[in-house]
Design a protein around this ligand. Sequence first.
Ligand SMILES: Nc1ncnc2c1ncn2[C@@H]1O[C@H](COP(=O)(O)OP(=O)(O)OP(=O)(O)O)[C@@H](O)[C@H]1O
Ligand SMILES: [Zn+2]
Length: 663
Amino acid sequence: MPRSTYTEALLGPELFKKVKETRILVVGAGGIGCELLKNLVLVGFANIEIIDLDTIDLSNLNRQFLFRKPDISKPKALVAAATARHFNPSSGIDIHARHGNVKDSVNDLEWIKGFGLVMNALDNMDARRHVNRLCQAANVPLIESGTAGYLGQVTPMIKDETECFDCVPKPAPKSFPVCTIRSTPSEPIHCIVWGKTYLFGKLFGEDDEDMDTEELDKAKASGENAEEIENLKKEATAFREVRKNLGEEDGPQRVFHKVFNEDINRLLAMEDMWKKEGRIKPVPLEHEGIMNGTFATPPSRQAPSTSAPNGTAQTNGSSAQKKQSLKDQRELTLKENLELFIDSCKRLSARSIAYPDTPLSFDKDDDDTLDFVLATANLRATAYGIANKTRFQVKEMAGNIIPAIATTNAIIAGLIVMQSLNILRRLPLPSAPAESSAGPAIRNVFLRTDAIKPLGYSMPAKADKKCSVCRDIYVPIKVDLEKCTLRAFVDEVVKGWLSKAEFEGKDEDEDIEWTIFEGGRLLADPDFDDNHERTLDDLDVKRGKMLTVRDEDGKYRPVHFSICEGDAQATSPYSLPSEPPCVPLAPPAPASREPSEEPIILDSMPPPTNNVSENTPISSTTAVGTKRSAPDDGDVKGATEEEQVVKKRKVVVLDEEDDFEIL
Ligand SMILES: Nc1ncnc2c1ncn2[C@@H]1O[C@H](COP(=O)(O)OP(=O)(O)OP(=O)(O)O)[C@@H](O)[C@H]1O
Ligand SMILES: [Zn+2]
């Protein structure tokens, strides 16, 4: 008897047929993803694609049960698929596993349109937002999910029916003023952020000399404090110098001297800085004194830690006590931190020298990078009289670790499948397209710490009319990027094809003027045609990106042309859908564009879980990387005025995992 007999009886032949035929995309093969893939296979889903960018780590094995020790370092998606396939050998399932980033340009609108249902099992906002936008653009239902400790939630998102991921504002990222991080830290987290996002980047990250200089010159030209700018330039040059020599025997020691002695002395010379009440002057650290035990550890501004000693004066602290605690949960002495700093610098610089074209980035599971941040943060904390942290604590804080509980993941994965069945009931069969029928209500389901009623639900809210993600219009365009010029796009696609669209409330004699953007870049407007003869490829408009067309008056919804792979057989450099879209009116402009302080949480929802609504870039203009200008911008103009305001207000640095923002 085939394993699916009972499931078929339970679901009924029609729904079971949909289960077998619908193409499912699972994004993420981590804690939730592994549980989900197993469930899907056992239920009888037979046409699954799973994508994950990561490889298996030892720390995944406690809950990502599709992986075993010998799988460490192998791609998660591939191993998950290979293991899960065996769970239901009789169903003839096809699992297509891909080791890659869902944000890669090959994963464009045409790709996502190939799925009947998408399930997110992700751990970061950036990727969640990306998939949400793709699903909204392609009109493919998405089930979003997340867990944090004992809490979890499952949220189905269907275009024109429910709110989308971006309809609900998310809490702003934890943010710190740049001065707190760079000059006046007062908490261990300030020192950790400094080590992880600032010093690490300066020494081992991408060397951004041109950008630095260009940015500082621009700041100076726009009237910012010239002396401060010159100081920052000098600092950048000095870093470049120490970075160049990092591979030499005394390179790490020179870095130590620069950042923990010279730079602190420079700050101490700015006397006004230390007049502010409550500010404690740092003490410059001395390599030799720390190593030979003569350096007097600055007093801690916090109550002394009882768990472990700090500073050379205490280096002989109870060895019995040290042995008792786990290695990673013991505080290092000042000398140990210094030795670890020198050693981790050597390890990292050896990697940089071996692979000069690959800038390093912090990863909590990469011992070299964690050791560096641990030692750096503790040395800085000592200089500023701030409590030190153990390796375990630094890993948790720097890695933004949210406790993961296997049982929560398993329950949430089960609930995803339940909601997927609710969605499938309403969808037409892939093999026999028909009108979708109204099926059972889909629900936002959540798991909470209520012993009597651990599961709760709410009906999904309607889409926010102002949401720029799910309310805008999307059009796939297949383009030969090397042949299609911006002029062809403007004249033929926008002024030709799009102008035939039905615009809500358009007067007969109304003449619409257009502006064209890619991301935050203005490519053309009625008074700006310098880019017209350039090809889209030359303008760095690539597959997976979007050309956004707005009317000058902001009367209508923007139309996003989603760049898809060109048709090799086509004679024209681009091809478009047969019918232009209907373009509705834009909602009235909001009185203020300030993001709301408080996140809006749906009635009866649990508090936002870190994993679900963790630190959020305010808009796409504030995403990682927007501080860089596009390569070879040529005549391309910078971000719009409005976007520049947002940038100025919010972001200087947004770290890769979106967890700390430095204002
Ligand atoms: N842009 C992306 N494209 C593809 N996969 C992604 C992307 N971003 C995150 N992921 C994957 O989503 C999964 C999320 O799983 P999970 O939350 O369990 O995180 P983890 O990295 O496995 O565990 P931990 O963070 O606790 O070490 C990870 O396997 C991660 O690689
Ligand atoms: Zn929305």
